[in-house]
Structure formats: structure tokens, C-alpha cells
Design a protein around this ligand. Structure first.
Ligand SMILES: Nc1ncnc2c1ncn2[C@@H]1O[C@H](COP(=O)(O)OP(=O)(O)OP(=O)(O)O)[C@@H](O)[C@H]1O
Ligand SMILES: [Mg+2]
Length: 222
């Protein structure tokens, strides 16, 4: 029903990590499927590591055949409440195609002036697709790898810069947390990691849920 696409033509900005965390939050109240367009196949590897089924469906997109990938997305949309698309960090035709169907695009980026400048490539693609589709495709920047829960001066300045460029930013950002990398190393969900009672996992879970709750609210309003 709702398609949320995690995209940034720059590599390594946290698309797969944040897509996973949002999926884990949304699956508490929705059926969720992943369309994995990231050729690194981190999601399938995560599932293998846990020895099979997880809380959400994971489908590997046919990256060699864009038409087929498009069909995969339309089929998943019919069967699941939410489909999360994890794009790879390069500029490719498939981004344009998938955006046509997206209800919301999320652009994760590190909070640095350089990364913001490099995001222009992605926002231009979204604007072009909006023009072509004759509808405004909603998108939000997600600040990833923030240094702490307290908003720093530097973060405030970056948010102001993005606002000045009319780029909408999610209120909640993801902090830099070891727990997020640990998910992919262990094959566990964040909630499963937090079962050990460690404060670091608990805090990471609270942060991730704040982001997924904001996105859940957003897709209801769109
Ligand atoms: N908030 C975070 N805290 C700690 N580590 C993070 C965080 N976000 C991302 N990482 C780490 O940064 C690296 C890149 O993250 P990720 O794979 O999610 O990026 P990506 O945008 O999907 O990359 P690609 O463009 O290659 O698909 C990974 O090693 C991941 O564990
Ligand atoms: Mg990725």
C-alpha cells in the first residue's frame, strides 16, 4: 500500500541501515516487505545469518532487468501494507523507475556540508521524476550518524542550511551507534539485541523507534 524508498546516489550514507531500522519499527503494526536493490545483498545475508525467516519479507530485486524490478515492486505493493525499497548508492535508471511508484523517499546522509552538497544529485532526480509524473513525490532527508542526542551547533547550522535550500528534514535523526552495525554482524533484529538488557542497545532501540514512528505518522498523512 505504501512504498518507502531509501535512496542517495552517494554510497555508504546509511540507506540499508536506516531502511532496516524503519522496517523493524513498522513491522510492529504492518506487514512489511523489502525490495532489495542493493547489490551487496546485506539483507539476504542478514537473513542467512539468523538461519532463515525474519519479521519481514525480503525480495532481491532483479538489478539486471529494470522492468522486472518494477513488476516485483508492483506485486509486493499489492500484498503488503508497506514496501521498503533499499536502493544502491549509484545513479541508475532503476531509481527513476522506482520513484514513479514511491509514496515517500528518504535520503539518509551524514551531517556534513560535503554530504549535503552531494545530495543535490538525488534531490534533482526526485524533482525530475515529480515533473514527469505531474505529482510532487514527497521526500525527507534523514540525518544519520549524529554524534549525540543533544542537538549540536553544527547540526543546527546544517538543518538551517537544508531549510534554506527548501529540503525537508525529518525531526528525528539516527545517532552513530555500534548496535546498528551489530544487527548485520549477528543476524538479529535490534529488539532481539536489546533483550540482553544492555543500556547501549536499549538507547539505540529508542532512537530507531523515534525515527520509524515519525515516518509511520508521515505516511499516514501523505
Ligand atoms: N547510524 C549508524 N551508526 C553506526 N554505524 C552506521 C550507522 N549508519 C551506517 N553505519 C555503518 O556505515 C556503513 C554504511 O552503512 P550502509 O551500508 O547502511 O550504507 P548504504 O548507504 O546502504 O551503503 P551503499 O550505498 O553501499 O548501499 C556500514 O558499515 C554501517 O554499519
Ligand atoms: Mg546499502
Amino acid at each position: 500500500m505504501s512504498i518507502i524508498m531509501f535512496t542517495n546516489t552517494k554510497g555508504g550514507t546509511g540507506k540499508t541501515t536506516s531502511a532496516f531500522l524503519v522496517a523493524e519499527g513498522l513491522v510492529e503494526n504492518n506487514s512489511v516487505a523489502f525490495l532489495d536493490c542493493d547489490r551487496n545483498r546485506h539483507l539476504s545475508k542478514w537473513q542467512e545469518r539468523r538461519g532463515g525467516e525474519g519479521p519481514f519479507m525480503i525480495v532481491e530485486a532483479d538489478n539486471q532487468n529494470e522492468d522486472e524490478a518494477f513488476n516485483q515492486l508492483t506485486e509486493l505493493e499489492k500484498a503488503y501494507d508497506v514496501v521498503i525499497v533499499d536502493m544502491e548508492g549509484i545513479k541508475s535508471q532503476i531509481i527513476y523507475l522506482m520513484l514513479q511508484l514511491a509514496h515517500l523517499a528518504i535520503i539518509p546522509l551524514r551531517p556534513s556540508a560535503m554530504e549535503i552538497a552531494m545530495t543535490a544529485d538525488t534531490t534533482q532526480i526526485i524533482h525530475k521524476c515529480s515533473q514527469a509524473a505531474r505529482r510532487s513525490i514527497p521526500y525527507r532527508v534523514l540525518l544519520n550518524r549524529l554524534s549525540g542526542a543533544i542537538v549540536t551547533k553544527a547540526e543546527k547550522a546544517l538543518r538551517a542550511e537544508l531549510r534554506a535550500d527548501s529540503i525537508p528534514v525529518l525531526e528525528n535523526g539516527l545517532l552513530a551507534r555500534e548496535s546498528y552495525a551489530e544487527i548485520f554482524a549477528t543476524g538479529k533484529t535490534l529488539a532481539e539485541l536489546a533483550e540482553d538488557g544492555k543500556r547501549s542497545h536499549h538507547n539505540a532501540l529508542a532512537n530507531a523507534r523515534a525515527v520509524s514512528t515519525e515516518i509511520a505518522k508521515l505516511i499516514k498523512e501523505l
